[in-house]
Design a protein around this ligand. Sequence first.
Ligand code: ZN
Length: 356
Amino acid sequence: MIYDAEHLGEEAYALVKELFPICRSLTGRGVRETLARIARQVPIEVHEVPSGTKVFDWEIPAEWNLEEARLIGPDGDVVVSTNATNLHVVGYSQPVDQTLTLAELRQHLHTLPERPDTIPYVTSYYHPRWGFAMSHRRLESLKEGTYRAVIRATLEPGSLTYADCVLPGSSADELLLSTYICHPSLANDNLSGIAVSAIVLRELARRERRYTIRGVFAPETLGAITYLYKNGGHLKEHVRGGLVATCTGDHGGVVHYKRSRQGHAEIDRTVEHVLARTGTPHRLLDFCPVGSDERQYCSPGFDLPIGSLMRTYYFDWPAYHTSDDDLSAVSARSLGEMIVLYLRAFEVMDVNRCWK
Ligand code: ZN
């Protein structure tokens, strides 16, 4: 197949830009709104799992929805507000309306002293607390006095939302493409993975295939655990290979492939073959149980052959989990190149046979 990487990349970048302002989290309206926009590209089915549901030894928490978080200074000035960027609030913050001294407030503020102009991305899903994130320079400029912290949010019984799609092939054997939808306004991690997945699935849906293709859009970690809880038996029986799409849009010139835990599965050999044959500068990483949802899919109870294809390895990327991961951190060109690599990998898996 010939692919128009430039056009596909521009479409992916437009989707990243469209989804960027939405306040996503582990649960809540932002996730649903994101899925509604993905549904314009691929025919996904949305699933809701109620708070309190046990999934293996985890439990679906209360649903979090944010109206606005605002920190008001001693002179009535707005120090930070989520109207500027949703990174200013600690994800899953408890609702609060409280006056505090600067010393008391500091316990609730998060900064990156080594990167004074950058806002960190902070969450607290399972430890109840509230807080704000801001640049270290902003923190240093705060004067003594009384501050008012207002977080207008709800943390109530609701549900965890995820979506999947199944594109039937001529065989019941499946290839899996999974990505996560819980990060707020961060472009590379992981709107790039969402956009690449949506467009790859859309392109795969348009052609004849041997393999059935399964796409998963779920919150990271708990979403994948929930997906395995509900579908793990089926996946174990049918999935022959798959990829977790993360950090697929940054400007890094070296593509990284993290192998499945099996290490030498067909998907691992396929991706290595595609990277070598396309002349893509790349680095291969062995599986380790930290990272993204390949950890869940490859966990010993399931041991699915799932690797992860990305551009720069997230832990080596300076903008990782900070406000520097904005729309300028990704490009249509990078996204387009990655879309083609994903399509090539699925294409090679599809035609790879052992003839007798
Ligand atoms: Zn992340």
